[in-house]
Design a protein around this ligand. Structure first.
Ligand SMILES: N[C@@H](CCC(=O)N[C@@H](CS)C(=O)NCC(=O)O)C(=O)O
Length: 80
């Protein structure tokens, strides 16, 4: 499964999601920081339709809302 988290450092909702990723010790999620990459920001806008973060791309499908992302992460633990 391809997982990418669009985020930026100072976003409190991103921090919640990042804490969950850390708690689960996940290594299967690529971070895409839209405050340092215009290309990533543009991809988020083009595919998701808005630049709101956090947004988790699951096999290219955008999932917005930190609570929904955290719920998804709990339901889909990393398989290593
Ligand atoms: N309800 C959302 C709130 C997310 C939110 O407000 N994100 C802000 C950053 S802290 C944002 O992306 N604002 C810019 C935008 O919406 O384009 C969540 O829990 O994920």
């Amino acid at each position: 499964m391809d997982l990418k988290l669009y985020m930026f450092d100072t976003c409190p909702f991103c921090k919640r999601v990042l804490r969950e990723i850390e708690d689960q010790k996940r290594t299967d999620i690529q971070l895409k920081n839209i405050s340092t990459s215009d290309e990533d920001r543009q991809t988020l806008l083009e595919i998701g339709g808005k630049t709101q973060v956090p947004c988790l791309f699951v096999d290219g499908e955008p999932l917005y809302e930190s609570a929904d992302i955290i719920a998804w992460l709990k339901e889909h633990p990393q398989i290593s």
